[in-house]
Every structure is written in C-alpha cells, then in structure tokens.
Design a protein around this ligand. Structure first.
Ligand SMILES: [Zn+2]
Length: 457
C-alpha cells in the first residue's frame, strides 16, 4: 500500500512510545507501525529520534482580547508553538460571541485565515442568558464560557446565579461543557477598593486582594449548582490546590467536573509578581511557592485534567501603564507559541510525568472532554495532527520576536531545552523550525462530534 505521506520518529501513543512510523491518507492516520522503513509514502518526513506527539490542544485562548491579534496571527503563533488546535474564548472585542450571526462570522474568519484548527467557545449575555444556548449549540460551539466575576459589563459580564443554573441545564441536554472563570466578585471588588483607598498599589497587592477564598467560594457554588443541574462543569485556570480538593470531593459524589490549570501557575509564584510587576499580572493571581507545590501535587496525582495557556496577547503599553499602580495594568499574558517547550522541560525534562501522560494532559483529555472525536491521540482513523519535539537543543525566549502581537512575557530570556521541530495539521506541515510557518490558511473550524440527542434535529 502506498501512503500519501509517511512520518517517522519516536511516536507517543496513549499507552506507549516507540521508534516507528505513521502512514497518512487524506489527512487521516491510516496506519501506525512499530517498524521503520516499512511503510511506503509518496512523501516521507523522517524526524529521527525526535518525539512525535499527538497535536497539542490549548482550550483557553483569547484571540480578540487584543483585536490587533486576531485569528491569523494567533493561529500562526499556535503553529510555531506546536498547538494544532485551540478553542478560542468568546469575550471578543468589540462583541462577545452571544448569537449565531456573530458565531458564524467568526467561523468564516477561521476558515479563511487560520493556520491551525480552531473550535469556539460561546457565551451568554448578561440578561436572560440561557436563551442563546440552543442556537449556539446548533451552530457548533464546543462549550460555553461564563464568569462569576465581572471584567466588563457587556463583553465579559458576571452572570447571575439564576442564569448560570439555567444555562447549565440547557447545555447539559446538548452534552456541552459549561466552563467558568471562578472568582468571587463581591469579595475581590471589596478587597481591591480597600487596597486602593489605603494606596496599596504595589504588585503584591494583586495577589493580596485575590486571596484563595475568592477562588474557592466561587468554585464551591458552581460545583453545587452543576450537581443539581446534572451539568458538565469545567473550571478554567485553577490557581489553588484547595479548589482541586473541593472538585475531587464533588467528583467522588458523582459530579461531572473537570479542571484545568495554566502553565503560569505551575512555573511562576508571587516572587515573580514582586519582581516583574505587571508582566506577571494574571487572573487569578500567581500564588505563594508552597501553594504552587500543593497545586503541582494535584497535577501529578491526576486531579487536574489539562493545562492551558490562557493566551492573552497584551503589549508593553498594556502592562507598563501599571508600573506605578498594579491595578491599572491589563491582566493576562501570552503563551501559545512557547507554552509547550516550557511544559516539556518542567514535566518531561524534570521527569515528573511520562511521555504518554504529557500527551494526555495536552491532547487526549481536552479532545475527549469537548467531544473532538477526531483529535487527541495517534491512533488509526484520527486526524493526522502531530507536534514534533526536538529535545536535544536549547534556545532563549525573546518577547521581541513573537509571532503574536504580544511583546511582553514573564518568560522573556528564559532558556528552553527543547523546541518545536514541526507542526502537522491533518497531514499538512504548517510549521517547521527551519522554514517557520510554511502553510497558511490550512486550518479549519472544528465542531464537536454530534451527540445522539441531536442526530435527528
Ligand atoms: Zn482566560
């Protein structure tokens, strides 16, 4: 049999890893072989001893929180960073994704401009939110993202408990996840007002005004509501181990809940916030070193389902405005194009998890949670999405060289001891280290696989 393409290297599957090769036809994995020089291909890519992982998935990206970024630029950054699919957040400027027209416009942009595959989060408006759930589900959102904390009354509002519960019930009927930015609006608004009135505006006050209780009180409420609503709940950017302890307790009672943390919470602490100021301002805030260790313990015992970037492409001016007052700086940081090398060093380089665990956290688990049935693992019949990592080289992260519009990161000048050698989306090489982003517009909008209830609609 002649394959259109054959890819050779050190292949990582959910169960094992081996030197082998993958035969591709029509963008799909047709055969996975443990032999080498065995499959015949019209084109053969030999990556030697480099790791071939399933294409990595980042479920938490904000392409349009800075509208200068947009789909094309973010997806090029993703290709460079070894992300073959991301799920883009709905809090776009100027208009959030709250109806099918806005959603379909965004889908058109993806199909025209994207380099990698993209799925989409929808959200609900501040008033009568649940009314839009079915319309957005019908048009292919991968899930709903809501907030218990008001970042912006129109674009990123706090949703009332009544609308949260109703949205959970409706989304559950469509087998779609409802994900939450879980912070207690009343508590942290009060703490920030107090800090400002006492002129406590140094960087550490970003942490001190958002103590762990501002996260855990929001998480517990959502866990309880999801239990009553029979919902598929997902908590984004968990920053504290206590949240995971509560999630585990509710899981043990039967709640359908998953949790992610972001790479920042595993690699940075309040020490970095004190030193770097606005650059290290993210929500929820960075935690104390002992709290990071406790979170890491939860990750390593399997209680955290996946790791995301929360890519927010702010620029130097968005951060420097907070140099004298941390509360004025924008919250968030980029990550699409360098998160994987950082996590590879931390988790594989420092031998915290196996290669297959790494692939689970960054590909299989998110694919399964969002019903992205063609994604997530190197197995016959799945899309030929691969991330190739060369683990024998070092390079330095330079915030002035990002493909992303962002030019500010707490990881500036940090050394990575591996690099993305190639990124392959449905059999197409979209990025190589030698040639950069080589294939444009090959990305597609990806819908979750249809669920039984909706087949006859
Ligand atoms: Zn976010």
């Amino acid at each position: 049999m002649m394959f259109e393409k054959v890819v050779r290297g050190h292949i990582v599957t959910p169960e094992e890893n081996f030197l082998g090769e993958i035969g591709i036809i029509n963008g799909k994995i047709e055969e996975v072989s443990k032999m080498q020089d065995y499959l015949d291909g019209e084109t053969v890519h030999d990556f030697g001893n480099d790791y071939i992982f399933p294409g990595f998935i980042d479920t938490h990206v904000h392409c349009y929180s800075n509208p200068n970024e947009g789909i094309q630029r973010a997806s090029m950054a993703a290709a460079k960073g070894g992300i073959t699919l991301f799920i883009d957040m709905p809090y776009d400027l100027p208009t959030p994704v709250t109806n099918k027209d806005i959603l379909n416009e965004k889908i058109d942009t993806i199909n025209k401009e994207s380099v990698v595959d993209i799925a989409l989060w929808g959200t609900v408006p501040k008033e009568n939110g649940a009314a839009v759930v079915d319309e957005l589900a019908d048009n292919g959102v991968a899930g709903f993202k809501l907030s218990t904390f008001e970042t912006d009354p129109y674009r990123f509002p706090r949703i009332s408990d009544a609308d949260i519960l109703e949205t959970m019930k409706k989304a559950a009927k469509r087998d779609l996840v409802v994900a939450f930015h879980a912070e207690n609006d009343e508590l942290l608004t009060r703490y920030i007002e107090d800090a400002k009135s006492e002129n406590h505006v140094e960087p550490i006050y970003h942490n001190l005004t958002r103590p762990p209780v501002t996260e855990t009180t929001a998480v517990i409420k959502l866990l309880d509501m999801a239990t009553w609503a029979d919902a598929k709940l997902h908590i984004v950017h968990v920053s504290h181990a206590k949240s995971i302890e509560y999630i585990n307790w509710f899981k043990a009672q039967g709640a359908n809940v998953t949790a992610e943390t972001c790479y920042n919470y595993l690699l940075l602490t309040t020490e970095d916030l004190k030193e770097l100021g606005p650059k290290a301002k993210i929500n929820p805030p960075l935690r104390e070193p002992d709290e990071l260790k406790a979170l890491e313990k939860q990750l390593l015992n399997g209680s955290i389902d996946f790791i995301t970037s929360d890519h927010a492409p702010w620029q130097k001016a968005d951060k420097s405005i907070g140099n004298d007052n941390i509360f004025k700086a924008k919250s968030g940081s980029p990550g699409l194009e360098f998160m994987i090398p950082l996590l590879f060093d931390y988790l594989i380089g420092e031998e915290r998890v196996t290669l297959s665990n790494f692939a689970e956290l960054l590909a299989l688990n998110p694919a399964q949670r969002f019903n992205l049935d063609n994604k997530g693992s190197i197995e016959q019949g799945k899309d030929a999405d691969f991330t190739v990592i060369n683990h024998r080289v070092s390079w330095q992260i330079d915030e002035n060289e990002f493909i992303s519009i962002s030019d500010v990161s707490p990881f500036h000048e940090h050394t990575a001891n591996n690099r993305i050698e190639a990124t392959i989306v449905r059999g197409e090489m979209v990025y190589t280290h030698d040639h950069g982003v080589v294939e444009k517009n090959s990305g597609q909008f990806v819908k979750p696989s249809l669920i039984k209830d909706c087949d006859d609609q």
